[in-house]
Ligand binder design. Sequence first.
Ligand code: ADP
Ligand code: MG
Length: 221
Amino acid sequence: MSATMDTALTAAWIRRAAEWVAADAARLTRLDAAIGDGDHGHNLTRGLAAAVDGLQEDVPPGKVLIAAGRAIVSKTGGASGPLYGTALRRAGKSFGDAEEIDAATLGTALKAALDGIVELGQAAEGDKTMVDALAPAVAAYQATLADGGDLAACARAAADAAEQGADATVPMQARKGRASYLGARSAGHLDPGAASTALIMRALADTVTGTLPGAETAIEG
Ligand code: ADP
Ligand code: MG
């Protein structure tokens, strides 16, 4: 049973996130069309495709994330590019030169990613942004870690919380980003960035869970 995430798994996460976002790009773009400018799915698909193109597997996991973050900043248009790019670069930096990332190290990196997004975008929970998915994900990850959960359990708790956090953006009124221009009319729609964050967190959970024997039963049961 793998208690850590190495370079291959880190790269596998980025690949899976890219695949899932590409597969769901039309939905993400539709969500963004309702309260923004209708580019989120395509923006992020392009950025993640560039990250996949630049993947190197002869460097430590931190370097994988830093390179992916740079690719995303340069190729993803819109507000979400710099936000996701910063998140991945901060997470990668927080890994340092470690070759094997354990549950505590990944938890610290996810918190660093959240802090990077909040520093850059100045959004608080409740503003109807990706922060409404990532902040509860980080909290759930830390709570599971404190209860003695392993890497996969922590990542699954984070993904569950991200999905719930994204769903909870529906009734919110946007206070940051393009959707905030709509004022009260932004309520009643799922935030596209929160939706993509939930996908990326589920991709992480499935990537680290996939290495564990009996993982399928754990997910279904
Ligand atoms: P743009 O709004 O520039 O077209 P995207 O459509 O790619 O960019 O991304 C929109 C998403 O970015 C929103 O749904 C929201 O989750 C996120 N977002 C926008 N502004 C902020 C911010 N200041 N802080 C955090 N997230 C933000
Ligand atoms: Mg947009």
